[in-house]
Design a protein around this ligand. Structure first.
Ligand code: ZN
Length: 133
């Protein structure tokens, strides 16, 4: 695994969270994107090498809506950049981690992504992401 690529934060609405994070980080949101497969709208900020990804549910039954219902808004996942996602998934499987998918899926921001089950990572949802070529 390489650097922390981004930190995902679950929010109720981008309409209120984006202006707040623009003020907080003193930088404009540079991209918003809907990820249909995950039922989320995302908004991205660049802070040095790392990005902040705000996640808003597009569906009351979606994963982000259910997360907020259970835990409230806040830190949702940490994403690490990987050079070869399939290789890294194999390595982690071999180490006994549980991956949420068998194959990497297209994610926001032109990435292939996979998540690790938080039950086996001290409650932290970990995302692996690799730039799509
Ligand atoms: Zn993410």
């Amino acid at each position: 695994m390489q650097k922390v690529e981004h930190i995902g934060i679950a929010v109720k609405t981008l309409a209120s969270a984006v202006p707040l994070f623009e003020k907080l980080l003193n930088t404009p949101c540079y991209k918003t994107e809907m990820v249909e497969t995950e039922k989320v709208n995302t908004a991205f900020f660049k802070q040095g090498e790392t990005k902040i990804e705000l996640l808003e549910s597009t569906d009351p039954e979606g994963v982000i809506a259910r997360f907020i219902e259970k835990k409230g808004e806040g830190l949702h996942h940490i994403a690490f950049d990987v050079a070869d996602i399939e290789k890294e998934m194999e390595r982690l499987k071999g180490e006994g981690f549980v991956l949420l998918y068998d194959k990497p899926k297209p994610g926001a921001d032109n990435k292939l992504v996979c998540f690790l089950h938080p039950k086996h990572t001290n409650g932290v949802l970990i995302e692996l992401c690799m730039e799509r070529k």
